[in-house]
Design a protein around this ligand. Structure first.
Ligand SMILES: [Fe+2]
Length: 505
């Protein structure tokens, strides 16, 4: 075994007494490990740059939320094309699954039976499902309704969307199609509501919390002057305290305490809790809910949103790969230790044998990206970290916070349709004024971006005299980010000048 470099403690951030992951105190088995001892300077920096803004919004925004709720008291109609846009084009489209076209891979998939009549009627057609059955674990407050749904779409992307076929209500086993008039109109709201609940309270969590382990381990185990720590630091800024507050604060939005004006979710913490656990651990036998595992390459998304995210991933991978080529050889052993530590805390993080050959050199693999034919395996992993913490996270917030809350609500005040024949909807009765008020408040507080620093300005601390090449790569990276935005072939889900380099909200 190679004994790692033994260097003085002063060569490390926080003298190597810094943050480290541990089981989350409140959910030691059900959720990803967390960091509960956040360095004091990081706490203060977060309080000053972000926490203070939360406080100011909390005490001042009620007036604007009330005006908004007064002017937008009822739900707004959702046409079929708007519905298709929301579930197959917006950030919610990341839930669109290809599983119905992979029967050999998932032969026991219950959705093959649920949607059998449609699949059998058009055996040559490609079908996609958006599965929000995660809500079976949700226990709403009395008088509030939220149910698990599955929506079926078909065909190739046309103008960035796929055609809607049906919405299935999982609890009551009722199927609705665009031919079902008022019942169809109501079913669409429940489908959109379940999507809003999944992205805001469960799926987004996997972009945040598993990366806390990587954040803490990088700061505590890589020497301050290592190339990779200097590359990662701008992407680790402000996040540990943010995540600590979300997971531990008594006023966290995850607790949904009803005396707080921004608590818009349809259930209390216990009623939401099962969804967080399933969102991380997966739902057995359901391909739409696989357990959280670290994926070096982002998972396929079968929509324009995926094309957008991959465009930036390629740019980031190209940059990181070139930086990895410049890492001095005496830093390789530090990276082996870093990888080993992370593996202990992050599900499926690759073993160091995947990154280093027997002689201790980086392993190279063939790829087929617009910019590279081969990359270092370790560069893919580091690119994933940079991408998730910047573009992957920020795009989710930016796009989701632009979705109309009067079309994709978090609460419904009427039960879902129980037959295909129901009277016309009174859209004012579908939701209460206070539900809109709280949702608008919560959006302003937690869903809308709260940018502090920007990816377009990121400057890595490549300050050593011999690091001219790294400084040039940094310049080139910023230019390539601009080129990526200019050359997008799909909708621009978040302007480059709104992307943060780290998780700041
Ligand atoms: Fe976030």
């Amino acid at each position: 075994m190679i004994i790692p470099n033994v260097r003085p403690q002063t060569d490390y951030l926080y003298e190597r007494r810094g943050p480290w992951p541990q089981p989350l105190p409140s959910h030691p088995f059900g959720l990803s490990p967390a960091v509960v001892h956040v360095p004091r300077n990081e706490v203060w920096r977060w309080q000053w740059r972000i926490g203070l803004r939360y406080f100011i919004t909390l005490i001042t925004f009620w007036f604007w939320a009330a005006i908004y709720a007064f002017r937008n008291r009822s739900l707004k109609p959702v046409s079929d094309s708007e519905f298709e846009d929301l579930l197959t084009h917006s950030s919610l489209s990341k839930f669109l699954s290809n599983e119905l076209n992979e029967r050999e891979k998932y032969p026991k998939n219950e959705k093959l039976d649920i949607f059998k009549e449609f699949l059998d009627a058009h055996p040559q057609e490609k079908f996609y499902v958006v599965d929000f059955s995660l809500l079976t674990k949700l226990k709403p407050y009395p008088g509030i309704y939220a149910v698990p749904t599955m929506s079926l779409f078909k065909g190739e992307l046309v103008n960035g969307t796929r055609k809607v076929v049906a919405v299935y209500l999982y609890d009551t086993k009722k199927m609705f199609t665009p031919a079902d008039g008022n019942a169809w109109e109501l079913a669409k709201y429940f489908a959109l509501q379940s999507g809003a609940v999944r992205i805001a309270s469960s799926a987004h969590a996997n972009l945040h919390f598993p990366y806390d382990s990587i954040n803490a381990i990088s700061k505590s185990s890589l020497p301050k002057d290592s190339v990779i720590l200097r590359l990662l630091l701008p992407h680790l800024d402000l996040t540990l305290e943010l995540n600590y507050a979300v997971l531990n604060s008594g006023t966290s939005p995850m607790l949904n305490k009803q005396y707080l004006p921004y608590s818009a979710f349809p259930a209390d913490a216990a009623g939401l809790g099962g969804m967080f656990i399933d969102g991380y651990n997966g739902m057995e036998g359901n391909p739409s809910y696989e357990p959280y595992e670290f994926h070096a390459i982002p998972k396929d998304i079968y929509t324009d949103y995926g094309t957008f995210l991959f465009a930036y991933y390629d740019t980031i991978l190209d940059f990181v790969n070139k930086v990895v080529a410049e890492i001095p050889k005496d830093e390789y052993v530090d990276l082996q230790v870093w990888v080993d530590y992370i593996r202990t805390w992050v599900n499926d993080f690759p073993h160091k044998d995947k990154f280093f050959d027997a002689a201790g050199n980086f392993i190279v693999k063939e790829v087929d990206t617009p910019t590279n034919k081969s990359v270092f395996v370790i560069a893919e992993v580091i690119a994933n970290i940079v991408w998730d913490l910047s573009v992957g996270h920020a795009a989710d917030h930016y796009d989701y916070s632009n979705i109309n809350i009067n079309q994709a609500p978090l609460r419904m005040r009427v039960p879902p349709p129980d037959s295909k024949d129901i009277p016309p909807l009174d859209r004012k009765k579908l939701i209460n004024w206070i539900d809109i008020f709280k949702h608008h408040y919560e959006r302003k507080m937690f869903f809308a971006p709260r940018n502090v620093t920007f990816l377009k300005d990121v400057r890595y601390d490549f300050h050593k005299p011999h690091e001219e090449k790294l400084r040039k790569l940094n310049d080139e990276f910023l230019k390539n980010l601009k080129k990526t935005e200019a050359n997008l072939t799909v909708y621009n889900y978040i302007p480059l000048d709104q992307i943060t380099p780290s998780i700041q909200y």
